[in-house]
Design a protein around this ligand. Structure first.
Ligand code: NAI
Ligand code: 13P
Length: 300
């Protein structure tokens, strides 16, 4: 097949590498180049940061006129609208069939051919299976799902929780604190996902628990490293400037917090990250606030 990859950053490059290794003809588009060459593709992979997705889709409008499968690999929520990426696609390019690829997968690991498992979700599970088959490699296993909402929520929210874990480690609060934050962050994630109509079991999978386990504990994660820098005393601007690439959680946390409020979901860790990243509050103040919360039953 001819596959177009939109975005030539770390993830677009890794996914283009996967698609070529799976035997496809691949055209990679990067910012500043004309989009025309992408028009002949039979499937598209969107690998620009979440806040750039609408702009790229607008550029595709005149070029892509037929129904085309479009695999979204950005992990985030659109700031102005509060839309998830599949909803942005439906809004701007309704002729495309949005699918979402997510799960624990560092671009550098994938480029090295290290074993990786991800999930691909489509409204029609048979389409997810078909594309999982087309793009999988022995060391790049793609599982199929039909829970687009759940997979998107897992990918977008884990970035915010990875920032929290990075902040905790940057303050040297210890491994136990990071495990507590990861687990209670997972509780927030599942509450939020359930309220928004996702399948709870999706969040127990690769996009959710799997990606939390990876990015809440690895310096390879830009979100974790950004949080670590904040915990170590850097300002938001300094920590962003030091990042090896996009920090999606920093762009998503404000709208995630607003959506949680709107839907009446209690998300104290997301609130804390929002206060530190968007309101300039001191990490210690937010850590103290989290620790002072009333004791409660674990599962609610
Ligand atoms: N790097 C990784 O390991 C993984 C990344 N992702 C996701 O993939 C998405 C892209 O991440 P990376 O490639 O890692 O980021 P990156 O920072 O390495 O590269 C981003 C690329 O997008 C381009 N870009 C930025 N804003 C743009 C815009 N408005 N319009 C068009 N192009 C734009 C940049 O020029 C750059 O080439 C993110 O949503 C990230 O969460 C998902 C899984 C793994
Ligand atoms: O999503 C990722 C791995 O699954 C990449 O994480 P970072 O964006 O935090 O580097």
């Amino acid at each position: 097949m001819r596959i177009g990859v939109l975005g030539a950053g770390a993830w677009g490059t890794a996914l283009a590498h996967v698609a070529r290794a799976a035997g496809h003809e691949v055209e990679v588009w990067s910012r500043g180049r004309p989009l025309e060459a992408i028009g002949k593709a039979q499937g598209l992979i969107l690998a620009v940061p979440a806040q750039g997705v609408r702009g790229v889709l607008l550029g595709l409008k005149a070029i892509v006129t037929n129904a085309i499968p479009l695999i979204i690999s950005a992990k985030g929520i659109e700031q102005g609208s509060g839309l998830f990426m599949n909803e942005v696609v439906a809004d701007v390019l309704p002729q495309a069939e949005p699918m979402v690829l997510s799960g624990p997968s560092f671009a550098a690991d994938v480029m090295q051919g290290l074993p990786t498992a991800v999930v691909l979700t489509a409204g029609e599970i048979s389409h997810a299976h078909q594309w999982a088959e087309a793009l999988s490699l022995p060391h790049f296993r793609i599982y199929a799902s039909d829970d687009v909402k759940g997979v998107e929520i897992g990918g977008a929210l884990k970035n915010v929780l990875a920032i929290a874990c990075g902040i905790s480690d940057g303050r040297a609060l210890g491994d136990s604190a990071r495990a507590a934050l990861t687990t209670r962050g997972f509780a927030e994630l599942t509450r939020f996902a359930a309220k928004l109509g996702a399948k709870p079991e999706t969040l127990m999978g690769l996009s959710g628990l799997g990606d939390l386990l990876l990015t809440c504990s690895s310096k390879q994660s830009r979100n974790y490293s950004f949080g670590f820098a904040l915990g170590a005393g850097k300002t938001v601007e300094q920590a962003l400037a030091a990042s090896r690439g996009v920090v999606e959680g920093a762009a998503t946390v404000k709208i995630a917090q607003a959506l949680a409020r709107q839907h009446g979901v209690d998300m104290p860790i997301v609130d804390a990250v929002h206060a530190i990243v968007d309101e300039g509050r001191a990490p210690d103040q937010e850590i103290a606030r989290l620790l002072a919360r009333p004791l409660r039953a674990e599962i609610t």
